[in-house]
Design a protein. Structure first.
Length: 138
């Protein structure tokens, strides 16, 4: 069994962003030379997320609106965590959207259903954050 590890780094211009990182995961899979196994993709920061869904701008906007209704950023004083900070909503949004995904690798490719893509969700942007890719298999 082989394993391969790579990090991706992101700094978003906006506080909230959704980025399709499937091409970077596919590149890492090619670099790994693993044909059968699994890939773990993990947000390494507690205010960002990794999830699988359709990469469609309207859906991204729907996510943003829905998450803001579930856990609005303002007023920041509504959260106990925001004593000295202003990102409690980002922690909650990450909890809702998830920390990581695992995808099967079959014949050297990500084994997806129709329209599935791996997305990075940023909820407290404008600073550098990383994503871990761990590929295990043969």
């Amino acid at each position: 069994m082989k394993s391969y590890r790579k990090e991706l780094w992101f700094t978003t211009e906006e506080r909230t962003a959704f980025i399709n990182i499937t091409p970077q995961i596919q590149d890492a899979l090619k670099e790994s030379d693993i044909k059968e196994g699994f890939v773990l993709v993990n947000a390494m920061h507690i205010t960002s997320s990794i999830f699988i869904n359709d990469d469609e701008m309207g859906l991204h906007q729907d996510f943003d609106v829905w998450l803001e209704k579930m856990s609005p950023h303002e007023p920041v004083l509504q959260y106990k965590h925001n004593i000295g900070e202003s990102n409690a909503d980002a922690h909650i949004k990450r909890q809702i959207m998830g920390r990581e995904v695992v995808v099967a690798i079959t014949d050297g490719k990500l084994d997806f259903g129709p329209f599935e893509q791996i997305l990075y969700g940023e909820f407290d942007g404008k600073r550098r954050k990383r994503v871990l890719i761990k590929i295990i298999g043969e």
